[in-house]
Design a protein around this ligand. Structure first.
Ligand SMILES: NC(=O)c1ccc[n+]([C@@H]2O[C@H](COP(=O)([O-])OP(=O)(O)OC[C@H]3O[C@@H](n4cnc5c(N)ncnc54)[C@H](OP(=O)(O)O)[C@@H]3O)[C@@H](O)[C@H]2O)c1
Length: 316
């Protein structure tokens, strides 16, 4: 059986759904049943149950957004860095492979090719870069798994949340056999407070930037596909291939859902960070060549977005 930590969470539910769909036996464990954040209890549990794979979908995200993590440093560090380190050591002690839900939010910007030269650009809102995004998308490349995170405690500025996610990847590197599955801005067809497509519709003002994003179900499927194919352990970026601007997402919402309202945007970073957000946000483009080279199929971003909006299920 597969052991799923954090099964009650937004991403844990997607794994549970996909495991059920495949008919793969699994146990979803909650902290109130057995506190898996404690090394001794987790080790005892693993020794007794002997799962073939452990999935760590637990963590501390901050609600309603990462600003909340700034007022909860201890919980954020415990949930996002110390917990994966605990899982890594417990699994390594028993030789159990495991997968960790990491995040693409440890990067900022994209790699940009201009005049034959490629360089990392952390801020794609700069007008000349924004023009490239619109007119020459082929010159924008995502960060690969080999690129060092550039939105982290080592490469500030970053949010405390992103810092703890990047630190976790360092903390578990080289311990046992693990997948690091990087998710980015989850969305799907189910309206709700955690869905990016719902958030965009509920913001008083929308923040425009450029991002790769992950359909929640596609993400869980891709993670399990990697395991099923026995792909090499290591880091995988798992987003729907491509990138979108928030304005393009709003355009699709207007076209497909026809909300009959006007979307107002922040005038720019200066206004957004003065009034709309406390800490820097990660906005970035991810490269998924490694995932695709492993033989995993995942829909392009335009298709995943359009299908989600066409099958939209409003919250009652
Ligand atoms: N949602 C996103 O936008 C997003 C994007 C990229 C990456 N991620 C990553 O995905 C993972 C899951 O996120 P999520 O959005 O599913 O979060 P969530 O809905 O808040 O669920 C997280 C679950 O983790 C468990 N947990 C264990 N230790 C915790 C702690 N110290 N504080 C809070 N919860 C703790 C809880 O389950 P029990 O108490 O029932 O065991 C909780 O239900 C996290 O590692 C997050 O960094 C999320």
């Amino acid at each position: 059986m597969i052991l799923l930590l954090g099964a009650s969470g937004y991403i844990g539910q997607a794994f549970a759904h996909e495991l059920e769909r495949r008919g793969w036996p699994f146990v979803g464990l909650a902290r109130r049943e057995a506190d898996y954040t404690r090394f001794d209890l987790l080790l005892e549990y693993l020794r007794a149950k002997q799962p073939e794979l452990v999935i760590n979908a637990a963590g501390y995200t901050g609600k309603p957004n990462v600003d909340a993590c700034e007022a909860a440093w201890a919980d954020t560090l415990l949930g996002n860095t110390l917990l994966p380190q605990t899982v890594a050591h417990a699994c390594a002690a028993l030789g159990i492979p495991w997968g960790h839900v990491s995040s693409g939010c440890i990067y900022s910007g994209a790699k940009v090719t201009v005049g034959g030269q490629t360089r990392a650009e952390k801020d794609l809102t700069r007008p000349e870069l924004r023009a490239l995004v619109e007119k020459s998308p082929a010159s924008i490349h995502g960060y690969t798994e080999a690129d060092e995170p550039n939105f982290s405690f080592r490469r500030p500025p970053c949010s405390f949340y992103s810092g703890t996610k990047a630190l976790a990847e360092e903390a578990i590197a080289g311990i046992g056999r693990s997948y690091i599955w990087r998710l980015r801005i989850p969305f799907d067809e189910l309206d709700g407070a955690r869905n990016y497509l719902s958030k965009v519709q509920r913001y008083a003002k929308v923040y425009d930037n450029v991002n790769s994003i992950s359909h929640r179900g596609d993400y869980a499927r891709a993670c399990l596909d990697l395991w099923e194919r026995r792909a090499a352990f290591g880091i995988y970026n798992i987003t729907n291939p491509g990138f979108v601007t928030t304005r393009q997402v709003v355009g699709l919402i207007e076209k497909i859902l026809k909300p009959g309202r006007w979307f107002e945007f922040w005038s720019g970073d200066e206004e957004f960070y003065r009034t709309g957000a406390r800490v820097p946000r990660s906005n970035c483009v991810m490269d998924v060549s490694k995932l695709l080279a492993a033989g995993v199929k995942i829909r392009p971003i335009d298709e995943a977005l359009e299908t989600s909006l066409r099958n939209w299920k409003p919250e009652s």
